[in-house]
Every structure is written in C-alpha cells, then in structure tokens.
Design a protein around this ligand. Sequence first.
Ligand SMILES: Cc1ncc(COP(=O)(O)O)c(C=O)c1O
Length: 447
Amino acid sequence: MDQQTETDLTRELNYGTWRAQKGWKPRMIVSAEGCSFRDSEGNSFLDFSSQLMCSNLGHGNRNVIEAIVSQARSLPYAAPEFTTEARVRLSRKLLEVMPAGLRKFFFGTSGTEANEAAVKIARMFFRKQGKFKIITRYDSYHGSTTGSIALTGDHRRYSAELPGHATGIVRAPDPYCYRCPLGLRFPDCGIACADYIDYMFKHEGNVAAVMLEPVTGTNGVIVPPDGYMQRVARIAKENDALLIADEVMSGWGRTGEWFAVNKWGVVPDIITTAKGITGAYIPLSLTATNAEIADYFEENVFWHGHTYEAHPLTLLPAVAAIEEYQKKGLIERSREMGKYVGERLGEIMEGHVSVGDVRGMGLFWAVELVKDRETREPFNTREDKLNGKTTMAGRVAQEMMKKGVFINSWVTHLIVAPPLIVTKEEIDRGMDALDSALEVADREARR
Ligand SMILES: Cc1ncc(COP(=O)(O)O)c(C=O)c1O
C-alpha cells in the first residue's frame, strides 16, 4: 500500500483531532530510532518536539520496550482492586523522584484523566466545607474531556462550553511577561499576577484548589518569573486551598528538573503527570498526592476509579523509563543541553525580524513569531486557529518539515522540545532548518 492510499484510508475512517477534517493528510510513520523517525516513503525526520512533547527518552529504547514485552508475558492485566509486582515497584520508584511529601498515587492512562482525578480529589477533600471552585489560567490546557476541557483556558474549551456545564472554574491572569495581561513589567510589577490570585480567593469564596502548569506548555512555554510559584503556593496555603501542579508536559526532565516546581522549591499538594513518565511508550498517567490528602481518604470513600487504573502493562515500563532517566543522567543533560538551545535561539532571534521572543528552560523552548517587533503585533490570533486558518507558525513548521525537521506549532509560536538524549549536532541541524524556514515569516514581517 502506498502512502497516498494509507492517508486516504485513515482520513476516510478516522477523525483528525482538533481540526476540520478537510485537508487532513496524515503522514504514515513506519519506524523511529533515537531522535529521528521515518515515513513509509523512506523520508527521515529529526524529531524536534518529541512528537507531542512526550518522547523524552527518544525512540526505540530497548529497556522500556523489554519491560512492555516482559509484563505482557507475565501478567498483562489485573483489576485495580488487586496489587501486582509492577504496581509496587513503580510506587516505590516514584518515591525516589517525586518531590518529597507526595507519597500516595493514583494511576490513569492520560494527562486528561490525571487532572480529572485531581479535581475530584480536591472537591472530595473539601466536600464538608462546601468548597468546589478551581482557579486555573487562560493560557492553559488541562485535557479534552468534559471536566478537563472546562479547566482548560485556551480556545479549545469554546466548543464544549454550554450553559450549566462545569460550573466553578474561574480563571486567573497568566504570568506571560512578554504580553503581560495586566500591562505591567517585571520586576516593577511586584508579580501582581500572583497577588491577583489572592484577590480572586477573597472575592470568589469556596475555592478548593488552584491548578496550573508551572511552566505553561502548549500555550507558549511560559516560564513564570522567579518568585511567582512560591507566591502562588503561599496564597493557596493561606486560603486553605490545594495547589495542583499540572506537570503533564513539564515533568520528567523536560525543564531540566524532574518536575518544574523543583526549580522554585515548591511542593504542591498534588502533581498530575503523564507523557514522559513512560517516555510515551505506553499510555500512563499519575495523580500524586500528599499525606494530608492520603489521610483524609482513610475514613472517607475515594469515589474514583477506572478499569485500567494501575494497569500492569503501563506500570513496569514506567519503572524502566525512570531507570533510564537516572542511569543516563537525562535530567542534568536536559539542563546542560538547554543552555546550548538557548544560545542558538538567541542567535536566531538576532537574525530574524519575525522572532519576537524566545523563552524556555531545559529542553523546553518557544519561539514566538511577530509581524512587528516594535508593537509585538502577532501574525495570528486564537480566532485564526478557531477558523482553521493556516498560521504563520504552521507555515514555518511546514517549511522545516521539507528540510527534514519535525516541529510543533501553536497559534503564534513553535515549540523546540527534542528528546532529552539529543546531541549538539542534532540541535544544530534543527536550528539550521529553523533558521532558513523563518525566512517565510521574515518576508511578511515589518522591518
Ligand atoms: C499540561 C497538560 N495537561 C494535560 C494534558 C492532557 O494530556 P493527555 O493528552 O495525555 O490527555 C496535556 C496534553 O498535552 C498537557 O500538555
């Protein structure tokens, strides 16, 4: 079967996600190794975004694959009411790498499920006090199901918002310094966006939790200023609410830390994560909670579960994945290589009038495109994305694909997030492709 037939069949029989179906031309991927993957026509691509910012270990990792095979042979499934060796091994392994204090775990199969669980846990925890509201932020993505899309701040929630749907979600301003929603400048702002969360607590009432991505992912790799996370943690505590860190994308070395919160010495009450926990070899997510929450459920019913909770086939590969992070020193490597990525992106910004900002930490960076550097006018808006318009970031990504480099794009930016095993030569190859592809945007930017 040739690639055209495969594409046509997939198009006819499946849905392409987050898009109108017209014009969807899925490329057939047949193999992947290290930081590259190959299509059915023999073209090879450098994976400059770890697929969906999830293949942190790179492709073809033998130890993780072997863990899947050996678990499939020994015990592919047991119902959640039982325990298994894989379950015990992973739970103990997690204690080595999770921030100290997070010691009781619930396993699901997607980031979406991890966040659904976290919110239900927070609401059960405060049920007697009647607290149920959740503060999230506008530039956020927390998942696709009815509850988690309501937590989400970005435009993907619009189509799911119906009267009476998912009440109790209120949204805070983002610590997006390049386009401060409060029109302020760091450090003179005094981190007013964090203080505004305290104002929300006082005026909303009944807030059970603040849920945020410590480093915002899809919506622009927004790294908050130093002091922001500590301040939000303090505000949540003072207002007797839980802090939930959504580390679905920012966890597992992506930011040069096991979890992004470590950078600021913050231990949230709950961490949710997925993606890198198995390097995306198998679908697994985690909702990790602290002792106070764990104690609450000693006497109170934990009203939550799934058929595939703690599915053995998903758990042993996570043990292997964590061992790989540890053995290969990938967290430190992400920090080191991230410095090089930052340097190279700085050079790229100097050479391209269409690059308004580059920002990130570890191997997690955004390149934000602008039509006008002076005014910071973007090429595209959320509305363009909603209307299915090809964005400038999308056009640059297409150019890079022609040069053999795969990169993710969102409304106004590209996301540089290669596997943590990436070499300097591979980074250079990706940067060279970006450098030449940006001419497409430069041509339409004001000088
Ligand atoms: C921060 C964040 N939370 C939640 C999710 C949802 O995870 P999943 O797609 O595994 O359901 C994502 C997915 O990209 C994410 O980036």
